[in-house]
Design a protein around this ligand. Sequence first.
Ligand SMILES: [Zn+2]
Length: 262
Amino acid sequence: MTVCWIALAALVIYLFWRFPQLRKTWYLPKRHGFVALMYHHVGVLQDPQEEQFPFTVRPEMLERQILFLKANGYYPLSLAELENARKTGKSTVQKPVMLTFDDGYEDNYTALFPLVQKYQIPVLIFLITDRIGTPGYLTWDQILHMQASGLVAFGSHSCSHRRLRSLSDEEIAQEITRSKQILEERLGHAVTAFCYPFGAGGFDKRVRPQVFKAGYLLDFSTKKGVNPWPWKGKSTLRRAFPRGGETLFDYHLQLTRGMSKL
Ligand SMILES: [Zn+2]
């Protein structure tokens, strides 16, 4: 009997190794809740071997994803709506999702913003304050133009995008509070959302309390999954990660399982 189980396990491992499509999450149970989607670049990369390929969603694919959300009854939340749900512990929104973009790349203005305006869809962009206005990243003019639309909100992704848990307490506080101050000065209002550089590996029990001590209300990680809804802020927010090159079926898996593959 034991031999049978070992043979079966070996067969399953072989099949998973041989056929990558089996590693998709379609056989996991559906999860209901709040899905925060993590994007980075919006643009066109041809070579799947390029380092940024998984982090780059084509504009036409992003448009299809937005249409998929609309067609399937998903509700794209604004940051203000998420804050309100956290504050009150209540929401009547069904199937809430949030589109978040890390690092503040310039293509968020040139390729994402036209779609935001076309579909009037709210998004949240996490900025690395040291990189604003440097080549390839958003400028303050672009940031303020997007903010003026009322559709684009901004959060902090630290000052320098270093792995916070590898820094001293003083350096961590500096990364978290200084970036907040810089953004608040230029944006003209409180900045309430923080996103850890390097996501799941970027924070620990030492880092997270500092985020809330600095006055943030929401912290986003790269831990995969679906969040409870209404969100009460007991842990860091998980995010699903739609990669460049994925299909709409993968997107469906991201939205219903919090991940498209294991
Ligand atoms: Zn980042």
